[in-house]
Design a protein around this ligand. Structure first.
Ligand code: ZN
Length: 558
């Protein structure tokens, strides 16, 4: 008698083998048998005509805070993700005692667009060390598995206090940081992360704590991973414009990876130079994995979250009001004309990172699932004889402010996206889930990848596409017996309809601990999701089960 049998689906092993029609029997959270299963089971899922694959793995998330109030990790589980790695880019909630929470959040709130109010309300800060944070995450009810990396900005703030944002570290402080990180990894953190990216600023416009660190400080900490013989080194990379500076950065990174012997991983972000950096590290004898996206980056926005206009003074004053009052103001012709004028010719300043860029009305598209060819607000303005800003206002008023728009942050040529996906040392990992909650929406990477690059374009076979979302990331992050479906593996399973798998339209949900909004997106064609053998969702319906565990490095994971 098995706990559960998934019957008659086409089963993929996550290792790239072609799918075969088989039953998958699950007992005690593990895959017990794959083949023709004749024994009875307490629960049966009919998967005829469906694909059965290992649950997807997302290696680049910022769920560190969200996982405390949202056991389903927002849209991630809706898109078939059963394991997520958090603590990327140096941004973690530990180490650091509650008195230091302010300093720690300072590095996160703007750089990752995570709400300070939501963190303060939703996270019971009961740790000082990273080990205690791991225990806190382990104790949380979770629908999916999570793994954590230890982040440099928190490490620096916990060791140096306020000086973390201004000063180079003294030798004894570097030693202390190295020890803190080594202990975190010995306790099960997957690795150490940092940011060297100019996109990562505090609200005051200063660099986040990790960016004050010298390369020697980074090297000292990463060489601690080397001495321990464990842990991955993740960083938000330097992206200097000057070729000499890029060469200098590449040389430093390659030398550190080779000397420490630890794998280094970073987002490629559609830049050939960053793909070259992956090759450079490998040529120098190190190990590197580039994290690649499956399309360009884009902002998604609307009245219920943020607008490009929000930083202009008149808009700011209107947008501070409740939506019902905004509606009234927008119907006042005089005020409306001034808002339109300000939006058309106001001084926007510069957007950094994933912040919503200066509006380019030819490139702002109206998201409308009923219109297969999306139109720009500029085009609609010409058609209706009004300003593109008025198009945005009118469409929003007409939909009760539900209307969302999209604008590219960086357009990456399909050739470059493909070069990233095909590179032998890359992994699909760029969702940033848990962060940028009013700016971007990339939790749907797995279903977008399968619908676009596998089903529609046929660039990758189903077996290869599934391997890229499962077996490959499991190997990169050392997730033992996950990302594969075979007897003895953990029963993290996604059942989906290959003819429809994809994404629904984006929406806004006001479900943060302080009632604040976040962007959300559901999937299409995901029939069932199992984590550690338990059904966490059947179609769009969540079962309420929370079988997810904390994945600790080097430890049996249940
Ligand atoms: Zn990140």
């Amino acid at each position: 008698m098995f706990d559960l049998v998934i019957r008659g689906g086409t089963v993929f092993d996550g290792r790239g083998s072609a799918g075969t029609v088989a039953d998958v029997a699950i007992a005690d959270g593990m895959v017990a048998e794959i083949g023709r299963v004749t024994d009875r089971a307490r629960q049966t899922i009919d998967a005829a005509g469906r694909f059965v694959a290992p649950g997807f793995i997302d290696g680049h998330t910022h769920l560190d805070a969200q996982i405390f109030w949202d056991p389903y990790a927002g849209s991630l589980t809706e898109h078939g993700v059963t394991s997520a790695v958090m603590g990327n880019c140096g941004f973690t909630l530990a180490p650091g005692a509650q008195e230091q929470a302010d300093l720690i959040i300072r590095s996160i709130e703007r750089a990752e667009d995570m709400s300070r109010e939501a963190i303060q309300r939703g996270v019971p800060w009961r740790w000082t060390t990273f080990e205690q944070y791991l225990d806190a995450v382990e104790a949380l009810p979770k629908a999916l598995n999570v793994a954590a990396q230890c982040g440099h900005s928190a490490v620096r703030a916990s060791v140096m206090g306020e000086r973390a944002f201004t000063d180079p570290a003294a030798d004894d402080e570097i030693r202390a940081m190295r020890q803190v990180v080594t202990r975190a990894i010995a306790a099960g953190a997957l690795g150490f992360s940092t940011s060297r990216s100019k996109a990562h600023l505090t609200k005051a416009g200063d660099p986040v704590a990790s960016r004050i660190a010298s390369w020697d400080e980074v090297s000292a900490i990463v060489s601690g991973l080397g001495d321990l013989g464990a842990g991955i080194f993740q960083l938000a990379p330097e992206r200097p414009a000057e070729p000499e500076q890029m060469a200098d950065y590449q040389a430093r990174l390659s030398a550190l990876a080779a000397a420490s012997g630890r794998p280094v991983t970073f987002m490629v972000g559609g830049q050939q130079e960053q793909l070259d950096a992956v090759d450079g590290v490998i040529a120098a004898g190190g190990a590197a994995i580039g994290q690649v996206h499956v399309r360009g980056f884009e902002n998604v926005f609307g009245f219920r979250t943020s607008l490009p206009f929000d930083r202009l003074p008149l808009w700011k004053s209107v947008r501070a009001l409740p939506l019902a009052q905004q509606r009234e103001r927008l119907r006042d012709p005089g005020l409306r004309a001034r808002l339109v004028a300000e939006a058309e010719s106001g001084r926007y300043g510069q957007a950094v990172g994933a912040e919503i860029g200066v509006p380019q009305f030819e490139r702002i598209l109206v998201i409308d699932p009923a219109q297969p060819a999306e139109r720009s607000v500029a085009e609609l303005g010409r058609q209706h004889g009004v300003s593109p800003v008025e198009v945005m206002i009118d469409w929003s008023l007409r939909t009760g402010f539900e209307q969302l728009f999209r604008q590219p942050i960086s357009e990456i040529s399909p050739d470059l996206v493909l070069a990233g996906l095909r590179h032998p040392n890359t992994v699909v990992a760029a969702s940033d889930s848990g962060a940028h909650i009013s700016q971007i929406l990339d939790s749907n990477i797995p279903t977008y990848f399968l619908s676009h690059w596998v089903r529609e374009s046929g660039t990758f076979s189903w077996a290869e596409g599934i391997r890229m979302l499962t077996g490959v990331p499991a190997r990169v992050w050392g997730l033992d017996r996950r990302g594969v479906l075979e007897p003895g593996s953990y029963a993290d399973v996604v059942v989906f309809d290959p003819s429809t798998v994809g994404s629904a339209a984006p929406a806004v949900r006001n479900d943060l601990p302080d009632g604040g909004p976040r962007l959300a997106q559901s999937a299409v064609g995901i029939d069932a999701l199992l984590v550690n053998g338990q059904l966490v969702s059947a179609g769009p319906v969540r079962t309420g089960a929370t079988p997810g565990v904390l994945l600790r490095s080097g430890k049996t994971q249940r």
